[in-house]
Design a protein around this ligand. Structure first.
Ligand code: SF4
Length: 168
């Protein structure tokens, strides 16, 4: 069955994504334990405008907003910079060409070598929060789509980066 957002999959791949899949909102697995992994062990905690607790939107508030969406696109990319470029481009296309005015990207912000925090964000029109900082269990969300979250023995994420755009 075709979907009005299928062209966004083609566009993500054209822009350099390894793959992309549409999913329903109830396929997005929410787990507040993801915040524990952000808080302890991640060197971005408190240092980026787009990471907790600086987002100033709690996972509970995000979940309320999430309930309003029906469809999302999960994007697998070979590197974080490409991931951010593609994800923002898909957010924009969904808004301009599909009338999805609340299209919202969830992607790790890697625009700056070092985040400007606590000084103002250098690119606030491009900075978005990452999925895990909002309480999304990325592995459980993408694995039913045929993707896999893997780490090497040093704990480095291999070799795919995941992002998402909430569409409508
Ligand atoms: S655009 Fe730069 S300053 Fe803004 S959140 Fe991202 S890394 Fe930080």
């Amino acid at each position: 069955m075709t979907h009005a957002f299928d062209s966004l999959i083609d566009e993500a791949i054209r822009l350099g994504a390894s793959d992309a899949k549409l999913l329903k909102r109830n396929g997005i697995v929410f787990d507040p334990r993801s915040l524990l992994k952000c808080r302890f062990g991640c060197n971005r905690w408190g240092k980026y405008w787009t990471c907790q607790p600086n987002i100033r939107i709690t996972p509970e508030q995000f979940r309320d907003a999430l309930e309003r969406y029906q469809t999302a696109i999960a994007i697998q990319s070979p590197d974080p910079k490409i991931s951010q470029e593609i994800t923002l481009a898909i957010e924009k296309k969904a808004m301009l060409e599909h009338g999805a005015i609340y299209a919202f990207a969830l992607v790790l912000c890697v625009l700056c070598e070092e985040c400007a925090f606590p000084d103002p964000c250098r690119f606030p029109h491009l900075a978005r929060p990452a999925m895990d900082g909002m309480g999304v269990d990325i592995a459980k969300t993408v694995e039913p789509l045929g993707f896999k979250v893997q780490f090497d023995s040093q704990g480095t994420l291999l070799p795919a980066w995941y992002s998402m755009v909430l569409l409508d």
